[in-house]
Design a protein around this ligand. Structure first.
Ligand code: AMP
Ligand code: MG
Length: 486
């Protein structure tokens, strides 16, 4: 274990130079207070949980202090936002403080979000509000606990610094950890500005630091693109299987590591709804739940376009054709696990699709359905769950297919329950839960957000005494409107 002041830095991205990022110092926020920290994320830096109690912790993560070896930089990137190309975005309110190497030799970017204005702030104030910082923290750490690839969050720091959104709010900072902050939009920036040498340098950097195994392939750049595509397909499969709606799948929010990245108005589905739009500002539903699959494919095509100076277009096209089959295979694997099936059958895709169609419009809670399906023997569980469906004849036909399918598999109900509970969370980050703890935190009470974080860190475990966190949303919590403003 290390103390905060003992971290080892090796700032590889900063060394790429001025074409890639600009040096900027964080602008501190007033009267910083630690809202919460994640012991699991701290462990990635070899930090003991007690380090969060030190005074210097809140100071470092509110921009008041800096390590001697840190080299804070704002990265430049571009991106397709809602389908239209913005030629220059960049870190408008976040800074890459540096890269920390842990005792296992793993590198972690320390990115301080809400750190003040940068050359890329455009009209923005460089700040992040408490509400959105808490939302990013909770989602990052919860997705990781669910086994879904994601950036991580070390802590949130609140302040008395005022910021204006639709109303007066206060500034906060979230310290994000990721093995890389390179986005699809980084490649687009160098492609569309015709800086092809820098494009190559960026690809070399990503290969060296994050995909060294691709060096052994005949065409390392192509191998890199395939790997990004495969990881992205895997990530989207998780989102679709677990009901996660990202909300702003612009190419600048797509990580080159295929991890969930840049949290805005995201949501986990309560009732299953393939057409759910979680972003109140997404008028056309471009980023609706079911559109996430074709949009990921579209974003990969945008990345492929940016890589055309390095890779033959025909090879890129052939790789893009692999996306849907890869996604589908990952997704079916996950859904089989959720249904408690350990063998594969050609009819499984139809079994899953039919279930989702029945859920659509029936107001069936997407998380609790699978959890309860594993609670008791199949016939018993189905008899209980049947009550939630509108199309009873349809449900009975599906249930009969499902029973046949489970009967063909060996194993006791105890095994089945253990397997299914390991794949089906009881606790999920519902919007109404986030809303409740945000309101408490805004009033200065951090107890509820800390407790929610602890519950969501063990989403698959029964947690006696905390069952209220597993409940479906109350009426007021069903249709919360979350906008892009953050
Ligand atoms: P996001 O919606 O957080 O993914 O941000 C999209 C772009 O807008 C990124 O370049 C951000 O850095 C920038 N941005 C968002 N909010 C602000 C802000 N309050 N001040 C400056 N830049 C911002
Ligand atoms: Mg972003």
């Amino acid at each position: 274990m290390k103390t905060l002041t003992e971290l080892t830095f090796d700032n590889r991205f900063a060394r790429l130079g001025e074409a890639f990022s600009s040096p900027v110092l964080p602008e501190p926020i007033a009267e910083p207070r630690l809202v919460l920290a994640s012991p699991a994320a701290m462990a990635l830096l070899d930090l003991a949980p007690s380090e969060a109690d030190s005074e210097v912790f809140a100071q470092l993560f509110a921009g008041h202090k800096l390590w001697g070896e840190a080299e804070p930089r704002a990265m430049v990137y571009a991106g397709h936002q809602f389908g239209g190309y913005t030629p220059r975005l960049g870190d408008g309110r976040g800074l890459l403080l540096g890269e920390v190497v842990n005792q296992a030799g793993q590198y972690w970017d320390l990115h301080l979000k809400g750190a003040g204005q940068t050359p890329y702030s455009r009209m923005g104030d460089g700040r992040a509000v408490l509400r959105s910082s808490i939302r990013e923290f909770l989602a990052s750490e919860h997705l990781d606990a669910l086994g879904i690839p994601s950036s991580r969050a070390l802590c949130v720091t609140a302040s008395s610094t005022p910021v204006w959104r639709e109303q007066r709010e206060t500034a906060a900072m979230v310290l994000r950890l990721a093995q890389s902050h390179v986005r699809f939009g980084h490649f687009e920036y160098f492609y569309y500005t015709q800086q092809h040498e820098q494009l190559r340098q960026l690809a070399e950097h990503v290969l060296d630091c994050h995909y060294p195994e691709c060096r052994d392939q005949a065409q390392p750049y192509l191998a890199l693109f395939r790997e990004v595509l495969e990881r992205t397909a895997g990530m989207i499969a998780y989102w679709q299987a677990y009901g996660f709606c990202h909300g702003v799948m612009n190419t600048d929010n797509m990580s080159i590591l295929g991890i969930t990245f840049d949290f805005g108005p995201y949501a986990f589905l309560d009732d299953f709804d393939a057409r759910h739009i979680c972003n109140h500002s997404d008028d056309t539903g471009r980023y609706s739940f079911s559109n996430q699959v074709p949009i990921a494919h579209w974003n990969l095509a945008a990345l492929a376009q940016a890589l055309t100076p390095l890779i033959e277009p025909q090879a890129l096209r052939e790789s893009l054709d692999l996306f849907l089959p890869l996604y589908q295979a990952h997704y079916l694997d996950l859904m089989r696990k959720r249904l408690g099936l350990h063998s594969a059958d050609d009819r499984d895709e139809a079994l899953v699709q039919c279930l989702l169609q029945l859920m659509q419009g029936s107001a069936v809670d997407y998380t609790l359905f699978f959890r309860e399906l594993g609670d008791s023997a199949p016939a018993q569980a189905l008899a209980r769950l049947r009550e939630d469906f509108v199309d009873l004849a349809g449900f009975d036909a599906w249930a009969s297919d499902y029973l046949q399918r489970t009967a063909a598999e060996a194993g006791s109900q105890d095994d089945r329950r253990a397997r299914m509970h390991a794949a089906n969370p009881k606790y999920i980050l519902r919007n109404y839960l986030a809303q409740q703890v945000i309101e408490a935190a805004e009033a200065g009470d951090y107890g509820p957000v800390r407790e929610l974080h602890q519950v969501l860190a063990r989403p698959f475990d029964e947690q006696p005494g905390f069952e209220r966190y597993a409940q479906r949303p109350p009426e007021w919590g069903k249709h919360l409107e979350i906008s892009c403003s953050s």
